[in-house]
Write a new protein. Structure first.
Length: 379
């Protein structure tokens, strides 16, 4: 799914929701809270009370929907998890409301243990050391709580990209690494890992990269005498490759995206913010195709301002964000905007329609005279 909208419509905020949750589970709630300016910056301006998250997910495509509920407030000492629960229903249980298998308030609560917990099972009472601790993150590390552990793995495996080209040019310490970092500073390590463990997948990445950038032949990850890795890019006409720090920004960025999108063990969720930066416009519809292909393996969220990237997408894959009269972010499917399906049926492309203002609330000038509500079909 792609998020589209003018500056200030809330795209980056929606994107950061996933990053905040992932960091709360990996580096801790307090660190994620401090990084964002605490609740003064996290709360909607003028609001009071806790921040509420509710996440629905499935352990496998065939599993029943589970629901994770999280409410975070703050005291003079810092953030507090005032309410946290996990609702689950066994696949074999058939229709009926899901039941809680975990419930905690301010660090005290209970969990139903076991691989197939029943609502009638004995509740195991637990008390966490600090009210800022997440029960799912803590109890999900225990083998006796496999359903809670599955949720913890699901969230900590998310990949949210804040790719930095300067970081991708770095020379990291040698050693294979399975997953690209948020900034891409371990790109050479991941190339080394793929070369050693998944050479066929690395060749596939090179093949796709060569189609996108025809003169590029190969990417090399070499061990230097001082123990660092050197990433080099070889152009087809020349015998000697060049150092990655001299390669084009677009080449490195496309390589990094392909490493993520073609990961042999893909993360359950991938977030990419504004992939159009540093890439030639004609590459963007093809990158959109790579993103669509990856949705068979991962859920994908992309934010964009590029009509060229949009040209590779379908209206049902795009959500247009806008601010309502109270300042809150709202979303509408591009496919539900009046006239868009008809334009598409006549051969128009979504990016051109957006550039011409047909998406209304997706137009950066909409607030200066465009609609304040989404022009949905049937209105």
């Amino acid at each position: 799914m792609a998020l589209l909208g003018p500056n200030g419509s809330g795209k980056s905020t929606v994107f950061d929701v996933f990053n905040f949750l992932a960091e709360s589970f990996t580096i801790g709630l307090r660190s994620a809270w401090d990084k964002r300016g605490r609740f003064r910056e996290l709360r909607t301006r003028g609001s009071r009370g806790p921040i509420v998250f509710e996440l629905g997910y499935r352990e496998t495509p065939e599993s029943q929907l589970a629901t994770y509920h999280l409410e975070i407030d703050e005291t003079a000492r810092g953030p507090v998890v005032v309410d946290e629960s996990l609702k689950w229903r066994r696949v074999a249980a058939g229709p009926g409301a899901p039941y809680r298998i975990l419930s905690f308030k301010s660090g005290t609560g209970w969990v139903l243990s076991g691989d197939q917990p029943e609502a009638s099972d004995t509740k195991v009472r637990e008390k966490l050391d600090e009210p800022e601790m997440l029960a799912v993150s803590t109890l999900g590390r225990l083998a006796k709580n496999p359903r809670v552990a599955a949720l913890r793995r699901f969230i900590t495996d998310w990949y949210v990209s804040y790719l930095s080209i300067d970081d991708a040019r770095s020379q990291p310490e040698a050693g294979p690494q399975e997953r690209l970092s948020k900034t891409g500073d371990n790109l050479a390590n991941v190339i080394q890992y793929l070369k050693e463990q998944h050479p066929d997948r690395l060749e596939q990445i090179f093949e796709v990269l060569h189609r996108r950038i025809p003169r590029l032949e190969k990417v090399l990850s070499d061990l230097m005498p001082d123990g660092r890795l050197l990433l080099r890019i070889k152009d087809a006409p020349f015998a000697e490759p060049v150092l990655a720090r001299f390669a084009s920004d677009g080449t490195l960025k496309m390589l990094a995206y392909l490493v993520v999108l073609l990961d042999p063990k893909p993360p359950p969720f991938i977030g990419i913010e504004e992939p159009e930066n540093f890439l030639h416009p004609r590459l963007l519809p093809e990158l959109a195709e790579e993103c669509r292909a990856a949705t068979g393996r991962s859920q994908l969220l992309v934010t964009t301002h590029s009509p060229f990237f949009l040209n590779g997408l379908r209206p049902d894959e795009v959500r247009v964000l806008y601010r309502d009269e109270r300042g809150y972010t709202r979303a509408v499917r591009a496919a539900d905007v009046r006239g868009i399906p008809e334009f598409i049926d006549e051969g128009a492309s979504l990016g051109h329609l957006w550039s011409e203002g047909h998406l209304g609330v997706g137009d950066p000038l909409a607030d200066a005279g465009g609609p304040t509500q989404p022009p949905s079909r049937g209105q």
